[in-house]
Design a protein around this ligand. Structure first.
Ligand code: AMP
Ligand code: ZN
Length: 464
């Protein structure tokens, strides 16, 4: 069955055909690691995870690359403002390298708790500085760059079709770009490829380059690393919708200017998570909620958020509220109960999958990842008259896309909110190597009737 995906580049749903048959090169813009990811960021990573799982469900082998922006991303997207890593370093009294390492680990834990599959390749911007410099040199040789006192810039007027990804025209983009003024830029939309360290000042993260000591602009890392790790298998590139007008528009301009070829075929963007009546959740705002604050500390399992994300199509805004997350928690519990009933009496899955229901599920997810419809198919299947063992086999097949750990509903049921909080507190104690606290929490959990086992995948609780 054909997979259709909405392509921001053409503004329509298109039949997805990869460059090489059977394989997909997927690049997803990763986190800027100067703070925790908020649940808005995580909504985007859940959408991308569903995309990857749907591609796999369709039989494709996916080579997935995700970057970690650990350098040179300024507080304004347009090359002005403070360096986020250095600001994080001052805020917490750690080195910029320490900040990057800490928040990259925190991000990996967040995505693990949401059953987001790890990329095939993680790549850090700081590990690919030579590749970024090479790309800037090519652009320089081809005449797309100019130098100002603070860096090397890309001249957007030299790249025809600069605004093609954006739904705004070039004039509107330039108008937007004028907010942050840099009088030396030739065009308001021009962007930095390399920023020079200020004269006389030393930055924590800086490198030598043909233009002087400094650091790469933010956009160049994704162009350089996607080509470095995907070669010419540039099928799908994703991010949140805030990346369309600046980050991805600039990536396309500099990549296509350098290679003379089309960069990615498909561009996909997830809509925002909003809060308090339509306000975008942002790291710079006070409305910033992490997985821990919004869910775990309130005894709500992280997977309830994954389930919540499925209730709204990824291209529609999602509104966060205490009620909506509670409703998602109940929805997930209900689904787990339904699955549990199928295995009552210890019968395990037959492995038989109902092909008619699988077909309907595939039709839903292949229609631009329509998860609300896929969930309706799940309920239709569970309420149908096929035998329970076949329902069980089918739901586990669907779970390859859902990623709700529906094969583990039996273990999950037993954990009360109180035990979950203790498990979470212990995870944090171990993370900060507070062994005394970790032992105390282990004893507390065990006194509630569990055996605690520490495994490579985290804590496992067993019943004696
Ligand atoms: P950042 O760490 O700021 O680079 O953002 C990581 C990802 O989260 C990017 O793909 C952003 O487009 C996305 N993002 C940022 N804010 C939101 C939001 N409120 N809702 C959904 N996605 C977001
Ligand atoms: Zn990017």
């Amino acid at each position: 069955m054909q997979l259709y995906l909405y392509n921001t580049l053409t503004r329509q749903k298109e039949a997805f055909v990869p460059i090489r048959s059977g394989e997909v090169g997927l690049y997803t813009c990763g986190p800027t690691v100067y703070n925790f990811a908020h649940i808005g960021n995580l909504r985007t990573y859940i959408f991308e995870d569903v995309l990857k799982r749907v591609l796999t469900f369709n039989g494709y082998t996916v080579r997935h690359v995700m970057n970690i922006t650990d350098v040179g991303h300024l507080t304004g997207d347009r090359d002005m403002g403070e360096d986020k890593m250095e600001a994080g370093s001052r805020r917490e009294g750690k080195t910029a390298w320490g900040i990057a390492e800490y928040y990259a680990q925190a991000f990996k834990q967040d995505i693990a708790r949401l059953n987001i599959l790890e990329p095939t390749i993680w790549c850090k911007a700081t590990d690919s500085i030579p590749e970024q410099i090479d790309l800037i040199r090519i652009l320089e040789e081809k005449g797309f760059t100019y130098q100002t006192r603070d860096g090397i810039y890309f001249d957007t007027a030299k790249f025809p079709g600069y605004a093609s990804l954006s739904s705004q025209n070039l004039e509107a983009l330039q108008e937007g770009a004028r907010v942050e003024k840099n009088p030396e830029k030739r065009n308001a939309t021009d962007f930095a490829l390399w920023k020079l360290s200020p004269p006389g000042a030393r930055r924590q993260m800086e490198w030598d380059s043909p233009w002087g000591v400094g650091f790469p602009g933010w956009h160049i890392e994704c162009s350089a690393m996607s080509m470095q790790f995907l070669g010419d298998q540039l099928d799908i590139h994703c991010g949140g919708i805030d990346h369309i007008d600046i980050h991805h528009t600039n990536e396309i301009a500099q990549s296509e200017a350098a290679t003379g070829r089309k960069f990615f075929n498909f561009w996909m963007h997830g809509a925002f998570l909003n809060i308090q009546g339509g306000k975008k959740m942002a790291k710079s705002e006070e409305n910033f909620l992490t997985l821990d604050n919004a869910l775990v500390k309130r005894g709500i399992p992280p997977l309830a958020y994954r389930f919540a994300a499925f209730l709204t199509h990824y291209r529609k805004p999602m509104e966060y509220s205490d009620e909506s997350i509670q409703a998602a928690k109940n929805g997930l519990e209900h689904l787990c109960n339904q699955v549990r009933e199928l295995t009552d009496g210890g019968k395990s899955a037959s492995g038989v999958v109902s092909s008619a229901h699988r077909e309907k599920f595939l039709e839903a997810v292949n229609d631009d990842l329509n998860m609300p419809r896929a969930l309706a198919v799940v309920q239709e299947m569970l309420k149908s008259d096929i035998p329970p063992s076949e329902k069980h086999g089918t739901i586990l097949e669907f779970d390859r896309v859902l990623g709700l750990s529906l094969d583990q509903v039996d273990q999950r049921e037993e954990l009360s909110a109180e035990v979950q909080l203790l498990v979470e507190a212990r995870r944090r104690a171990r993370e900060s190597k507070n062994w005394a606290e970790s032992d105390r929490l282990r004893d507390a959990i065990q006194s509630m009737g569990y055996i605690v086992k520490d495994t490579r995948d985290g804590i496992k609780l067993l019943k004696p």
